[in-house]
Structures are given as C-alpha cells and as structure tokens.
Unconditional design. Sequence first.
Length: 40
Amino acid sequence: MVAAGSVVTKDVPPYTLVMGNPARAVALIDKDGNRVSRDI
C-alpha cells in the first residue's frame, strides 16, 4: 500500500504501508487493509 504523494524508488514488500519522499516502510497491513504494526 502506497500513501498519496509518495515517491517509490524501490520495490515495496507485500502487505507494507509506505509513505514519504522517498517512500519508507511505516507499518504492516493485513489482507483486509488494517494496520497490524507500527514498528518495522
């Protein structure tokens, strides 16, 4: 999952929320789209 306005420069692992410029991993997301963990 990529946040709006993020600049992705590398592959994004499955079920990971990334955001920022450049995009960085922020949280893990479950299959339903819910945040599982804030710690990466």
